[in-house]
Ligand binder design. Structure first.
Ligand code: BDR
Ligand code: CA
Length: 311
């Protein structure tokens, strides 16, 4: 199995991504989960990550708390989407599994130094603060990273937190700039693709029809998560952003994209956090990312439902 570290700010869609990864031990070995401040403050994301591990009956997965604020800015959160706890919807028990003592950044550094070069894949599902901090503190780990597969950014679909920026990149643009410029192989799941992975009524019914506790919880989370997109945008369902990252690791043939140059705007107050993606190759800047543009949505949901049903 491929070794991964999930860096996350759960978040209902983060929760589904974590469940998908934990459901596939034959393909993915989750070395640890590192929590970061994002959708809600760090104390809640670290709590929510443990709730999800316990729901999956995997309390042995180590969960680490990381950075509680962006590198250079005040934290912006998204309770308007995810609710006060970040995981609003079903009521779940407080976690009893421990939070690790080690800081998430030190866990990232130690793990990348310990494991053979090119064997650990990073899966960031929130603001990139933990990853950028680890890279700044220990640049020797950068060439040891197999690949970074992250959810963030937008091109045609532009922004969801400002007219120009996607939430994860907007919250910590300096961290995003550092990660996009680090030189590690990068796969990006922007809003352009995640907005195609919509939880329609039949998809949610599919989760419920599993007849498992996990299926019931996923249905309840996606029910809650949908309300925002339905009410605000009149869309058919909610985009399952973060599970696209894990789905790509399991079935890359479901996705298509282009190797292009992507730069992060950090200065302009108007477009801060924008992913300036050279989709048409109009500059001579070197490609630094595989920027995904499309997904076979039915294939994605078939994979997701099949794997989540195992838990
Ligand atoms: C991203 O922002 C968060 O609200 C979601 O969990 C996802 O990672 C989408 O813009
Ligand atoms: Ca997230």
């Amino acid at each position: 199995p491929r070794k991964i570290i999930i860096d996350t700010d759960p978040g209902q869609d983060d929760a589904v991504a974590i469940l998908l990864a934990l459901a596939c031990p034959e393909a993915l070995e989750v070395l640890g989960i590192t929590a970061v401040a994002g959708n809600v403050p760090l104390a809640l994301t670290a709590r929510n990550a443990r709730i999800v591990c316990e729901l999956a009956d995997k309390p042995e997965v180590p969960v680490f708390a990381g950075c509680d604020r962006p590198l250079a800015r005040a934290l912006v959160t998204a309770e308007h989407v995810h609710g006060k706890t970040g995981l609003d919807g079903p009521v779940l028990p407080e976690p009893t599994m421990p939070l690790q003592d080690q800081h998430a950044v030190d866990f990232l550094i130690e793990t990348l130094r310990r494991e053979p070069t090119g064997t650990v894949t990073l899966c960031p599902l929130g603001p990139l603060t933990n990853i950028a901090t680890a890279f700044a503190k220990a640049p020797d780990i950068i060439p040891r990273v197999a690949e970074i597969v992250l959810m963030g950014g937008a091109y045609f679909e532009v922004g969801n937190i400002t007219p120009a920026a996607e939430f994860n990149i907007y919250v910590d643009p300096e961290a995003a700039k550092a990660v996009f410029g680090a030189g590690a192989p990068l796969v990006v799941m922007p809003l352009d693709v995640t907005h195609k992975a919509l939880t329609t009524a039949p998809h949610i019914a599919g989760f419920r029809a599993m007849g498992t506790r996990v299926g019931e919880m996923v249905a309840a989370w996606t029910d809650f998560f949908e309300r925002f997109d339905k009410e605000k945008y009149g869309s058919e369902g909610a985009p399952l952003h973060d599970p696209c990252v894990i789905a790509w690791l399991l079935a890359p043939e479901l996705f298509t994209g282009r190797h292009i140059n992507v730069e992060i705007e950090v200065d302009s107050p108007l477009t801060r956090g924008m992913t300036v993606a050279d989709w048409w190759g109009v500059t001579d800047r070197a490609a630094n990312a595989l920027f995904i543009g499309d997904v076979d949505a039915e294939g994605f949901f078939a994979l997701l439902t099949d794997r989540i049903a195992r838990l």
